[in-house]
Write a protein that binds this ligand. Structure first.
Ligand code: SF4
Ligand code: SF4
Length: 68
């Protein structure tokens, strides 16, 4: 199973990763903000991650790292 890690303090809330994920398992974290004032993102169901790294590829700020 792949693992996705977010360096959420770098996230600028563009949410390109949310739309890029083919399995739609990335969502906006509703319970917190980072120091920049943006809501970061999180994976809702890690077991559904196929490790495609589309999220990491599209992120303009290198917030996401995918381990597989
Ligand atoms: S693409 Fe990167 S900067 Fe944009 S919301 Fe996702 S993690 Fe944050
Ligand atoms: S690696 Fe692929 S399946 Fe996993 S969260 Fe990123 S875009 Fe979605």
């Amino acid at each position: 199973m792949a693992k996705v890690v977010f360096f959420e303090e770098k996230c600028k809330g563009c949410y390109l990763c949310v739309t890029a994920c083919p399995n739609k398992i990335i969502k906006v974290a509703e319970d917190r903000m980072n120091a920049k004032g943006f809501r970061p993102v999180e994976v809702t169901d890690q077991e559904k991650c196929i490790g495609c790294a589309m999220c990491a590829t599209i992120c303009p700020d290198c917030v996401i790292e995918v381990f597989r």
